[in-house]
Design a protein around this ligand. Structure first.
Ligand code: FES
Length: 73
């Protein structure tokens, strides 16, 4: 098991915990709403599948590549 977890949108220098708090406060439920508000996921978009998982699950830390498991299920 990897000790390194995905916990941030690096390009926006914001943690998924902070993105979650903003989403709850603003009522954002989609990645598009977060992108329009320029909260996260507008540059390299490497974080995008993790932010989507955060929106679905409420979790804020993920194994690298974890989103691929939900795609293959
Ligand atoms: S890590 Fe989120 S846009 Fe680059």
């Amino acid at each position: 098991m990897s000790k390194l977890l995905v916990t941030h949108c690096v390009c926006h220098a914001i943690s998924l915990e902070e993105v979650k708090e903003i989403s709850e406060k603003e009522g954002f439920t989609t990645i598009e709403e977060l992108q329009v508000a320029e909260v996260c996921s507008t540059n390299c978009k490497m974080c995008k599948p993790y932010v989507e998982l955060m929106l679905e699950s409420g979790r804020t830390a993920f194994e690298p590549g974890e989103y691929l498991k939900s795609i293959s299920e």
